[in-house]
Design a protein around this ligand. Structure first.
Ligand SMILES: [Mg+2]
Length: 242
């Protein structure tokens, strides 16, 4: 997906920073709304009555999570079944988001306010959520309008492929090749750090998700924060403040 709003473009310059943000655990915490919507979909479409809590959601794509959920509940893990599951999930998601509340993580609104529209910064998404799932979550929290392009989970089982999609989307948005040295992948899981490496980008890890700072540190990100309210030095770098 390129150009979420389809209006703005901007030619790439070397001094620019391209920021690719993960969603869950990085921008927001949905307090279980996503998982609940997925479980409601399993119950509604496949009449699953006993939910098994064996599938990891952390840093993974919606299709990968969906196939594992089908498998552990004894449903044939076909793409057709997975599509049915995801459609039902998207129907449940808005009410689930309303019911569970959730929160925008510390420092995010402030940082978005500083970065949005700055000439040296371009904001994109790199998420395992499908495009429509990402849109529902970020619109719920009033963050969707900050992002201009992204890589999404649709049709992807490996986050590294989503990273390659996000880089391609950035290049299309910016009308040309982008130096990976100027690309930052911001996320809360070891898989976010790994996918940053897959595209030669810098990895910014933030311990606002399920993974403690010590675990993220083992994966050697370029930057590591407890939360984004601690990231003023990096934000200043992005803004070209010396
Ligand atoms: Mg995440």
């Amino acid at each position: 997906m390129v150009g979420l709003t389809g209006v703005e473009r901007g030619d790439y310059t070397g001094g620019m920073s391209i920021l690719l943000f993960d969603i869950d655990g990085t921008l927001i915490r949905t307090s279980g709304a996503g998982k609940s919507a997925m479980e409601a979909a399993l119950a509604g479409v496949f009449a699953v009555t006993e939910l098994r809590d064996e599938v990891s959601y952390s840093g993974r794509t919606d299709p990968a999570i969906g196939l594992d959920l089908l498998r552990v509940h004894g449903i044939d893990p076909t793409d057709a079944h997975n599509d049915l599951l995801h459609s039902a999930y998207l129907q449940h998601l808005p009410t689930s988001l309303e019911r569970f509340g959730g929160t925008v993580l510390p420092g995010i609104r402030e940082v978005m306010g500083l970065l949005h529209g700055h000439p040296d910064v371009r904001l994109g998404l790199l998420t395992g959520n499908s495009y429509h799932g990402a849109q529902a979550k970020l619109m719920h929290f009033g963050l969707w309008h900050y992002f201009r392009f992204g890589g999404f989970g649709d049709g992807r089982h490996d986050r590294d492929d989503v990273a390659r999609d996000a880089l391609a989307a950035a290049q299309q948005y910016l009308n040309g090749p982008v130096d990976p040295e100027t690309v930052y992948v911001i996320g809360d899981t070891p898989l976010d750090i790994r996918c940053a490496r897959a595209i030669g980008a810098k990895a910014v890890a933030v311990a606002t998700g399920w993974h403690p700072r010590s675990e993220l540190a083992e994966h050697q990100p370029d930057w590591l924060f407890d939360d984004f309210s601690q990231a003023s030095e990096l934000v200043a770098l992005w803004l070209g403040v010396r």
